[in-house]
Design a binder for this molecule. Structure first.
Ligand code: ATP
Ligand code: LTN
Length: 332
């Protein structure tokens, strides 16, 4: 029998998961659980590259696990774990730091964006973040890494680091492919359609999180920034707000842009915004309810991440041992 292909991805517990995290990433993870051997984790080591309140980080990490499961990731079919529970991430991260070039790291857009937003805390971890991300990925030898558009550059750097290492020491890492959806790979803020909807920007008034209640979600969509042309037409250059709403509606209903244009032909933006808001409310309702229920079952969540870390640790250790041997470390 052919071995299953491997898929892996992670999200930082740096804020509440948003509609962007769901449509750009998680939605695609769960669609593949039967076909692939899947690993999904809470990237807490990455979260501290930006200052976090310890109590909030701890709570959010467990909430994120509850939300993964509520989104449809069955812990029996997917390996769900907390990044810091598998120490091999930090260890391989260090090694790969020595194979990631200063020039490459300097070109990363996420580093440039985050340093501009956190000018008082441009720490070494923020800069070397992509080497740790490369370790997260390469430890599991995955075929695909499902992420939103903003992470493509990091996955490409991972490929470059892996190729460099393989050239120096012989085949060690499988070269992974980014897996980016056609619709929903970049959901923009409802308040500023030129900026990505981001979960850690507490001041982003245009966010919708997975745990928001229906009344708030509808309000967010009603006040979404659009234009004054009153025509529902997909034009991401000139009509960024409407195109973003169309992308969300397409992703939640499965309709094409042409179908959406026909459906709202001759109707004002008010009707369209309400329809998009309602589709999101219905999409998120079962997730919010199930996550709320799971969050009360701490013992279950702890058992899931314990089991996940054991399984992930076993796989990660095999790769790390191989790497240590290749670079010349003395075996224990
Ligand atoms: P932060 O604001 O803390 O940097 P983030 O939401 O940008 O958080 P993550 O939450 O770690 O970053 O990203 C999780 C996954 O969700 C990644 O694959 C990312 O590409 C995807 N993602 C995040 N925001 C969006 C968005 N607005 N549209 C599409 N995909 C997104
Ligand atoms: N860098 C990602 C989160 C992340 C990740 C990963 C994604 C950390 N490690 C490994 C995919 C694979 C982000 O900022 N969104």
């Amino acid at each position: 029998m052919d071995e299953k292909k491997i898929m892996l991805s992670g999200i930082k517990p740096s804020g509440d998961l948003t509609l962007g995290s769901y449509l750009g990433a998680i939605k695609h993870w769960k669609e593949r659980a039967d076909e692939f051997d899947c690993y999904y984790f809470m990237a807490d080591l990455h979260a501290i590259t930006v200052r976090q309140n310890p109590a909030d980080l701890r709570r959010r990490t467990m909430e994120q696990l509850a939300q993964y499961i509520a989104c449809g990731l069955d812990p029996e079919k997917n390996t769900l774990f907390i990044q810091s529970h598998v120490h091999q991430h930090a260890e391989l991260g260090w090694v790969l730091n020595c194979y990631a070039m200063f020039g490459e790291l300097s070109r990363m857009t996420q580093f440039k964006d985050k340093s501009a937003k956190n000018a008082d805390n441009i720490n070494g971890g923020l800069f070397t973040y992509p080497a740790l991300m490369a370790a997260d990925i390469l430890l599991y030898q995955p075929d695909y890494v499902p992420v939103g558009e903003d992470q493509k550059q990091h996955v490409e750097l991972t490929r470059d680091i892996a190729t460099r290492f393989n050239h120096l020491y012989g085949d060690t890492f499988k070269i992974p492919e980014p897996y980016i959806s056609k619709v929903g790979a970049r959901i923009m803020s409802l308040a500023d359609p030129t900026a990505k909807m981001s979960k850690s920007e507490n001041d982003d008034p245009g966010r919708v999180t997975l745990m928001d209640d229906p009344a708030f979600i509808l309000k967010q969509f009603k006040r979404a920034v659009t234009d004054c042309d009153a025509c529902v037409r997909y034009d991401p250059e000139n009509k960024k707000g409407i195109s973003n709403l169309m992308t969300i509606y397409a992703a939640t209903t499965g309709k094409s842009f042409a179908e959406i244009e026909r459906e709202f032909d001759g109707q004002g933006y008010g009707t369209f915004k309400t329809a998009v808001g309602e589709s999101v409310v219905e999409l998120l309702r079962p997730i919010r309810e199930e996550a709320g229920r799971l969050m009360k079952d701490k013992a279950y969540l702890e058992s899931v991440c314990k089991q996940g870390a054991e399984k992930a640790g076993y796989v990660a250790n095999k790769t790390l041992r191989k790497v240590y041997k290749r670079v010349g470390f003395v075996a224990k």
